[in-house]
Write a protein that binds this ligand. Sequence first.
Ligand code: MN
Length: 453
Amino acid sequence: MAGGSPVGGDPPPFFAEVPEPIEFEGLDTDNPLAFRWYDAQREVGGHTMAEQLRFAVSYWHSFAADGADMFGSGTWDRPWLDASPEDAMTAAHQKMAAAFEFMEKLGAPFMCFHDRDIAPEGSTFAETRSRLAEMGDAMAVHMERSGIRLLWGTANLFSHPRYRSGAATNPDPEVFAHAAAQVADAMELTKRLGGANYVLWGGREGYDTLLTTDYKRELEQLARFLTMAVEHKHRIGFDGPLLIEPKPFEPLKHHYDRDVATVIGFLERHDLLGEVMLNVEVNHATLAGHDAAHEVATAAALGGFCSIDANSGDDRLGWDVDRFPVSVEQMSLVMLEVLRAGGFTTGGLNFDAKLRRQSTDRVDLFHAHIGGMDTMAHALVVADELIDDETFGRLRAGRYLGWNDDLGRSILGGEVSLADLADRAAGVGAPEGRSGDQERAENLVAAVIDRVR
Ligand SMILES: [Mn+2]
């Protein structure tokens, strides 16, 4: 299909074998192109599933990639990528047509993109900028027609060779300045398209060796960059939060945005928390040695939770495999923490997930997203049931009841000293504590997973 369809013309349907939108058919369906759990209008916890889950399709994995990995070339059937290199804008328009055809048929309400996913870099910054503006215009038309919204936009500050030593933390201020210009444009486009959030993923903000890296200086550069991004958000009147997505390593040996607690400490130190919040990726959490539920709980407890990149890792692999979510138990524990945090506000569930390289057919994109959406919808129903389950609630609350009594209140109220407590200990018996009730709680989760419909 070299040359492709004319720019602005009607491309062929790229997903002709899926002629109609995917529908909810329930647990008894044997139709592989139907939802078993995700019923957009079903009320769960006082809101519809669509409102609670806020699913987003990621442009990069699903439409901009071709299945290449570091050992071999692309394998996926993606005809919209086939325009000749000198006609990169034709390919960009075809890709966008394919993306919106897919998203309209899938029925996810949101998408996410990097600037370079939708518009190829030009030979000068001015050309890059005009290409982004042209594709932004095209996207506004697609969004208006389809009703699909933007969960977040971001700038790709890691693919181009100029970013090999980072963007904000690059030793060369010219690279910092170029990255800043890219963020300004991407943030303005995100605002123009009504984006709910703007993401900053430090894909190469880190180092491979301390021998030639000035760690302290690079952290100061990163703080300056984020501060400038927050100033820009206010200057252009963008309402949504900026989000940082932690990752501990890969491709570099050490990344500065290691995990949620590290990022929140950094934001607090530079007075940026609140303006900048967290986008937790499940597989990045597991790479950092955490459960994803822990990362959501940490972000919520420290006042920084906003959004999730919903994917999954692999128990045996120490790298970022970005599979679609498959484990209802894992995701139920994630959604439990989301509901305990009050649910999503501007955030949502972005499928930062890709097919395996062997999954070559276009229709595999549907199977992957349907499975991911059903897993998360099932997990939401389980989490909501757990929130309402009195026995489950008592298992946690019961462990802390003593803090409601005189002793607990006087300790937390700052009314007693360590010496006071030492004096008191002489007059009372040594405490015995109580069961942690973990296995009972785990069995309740299992029972709820079995029981919900
Ligand atoms: Mn990942």
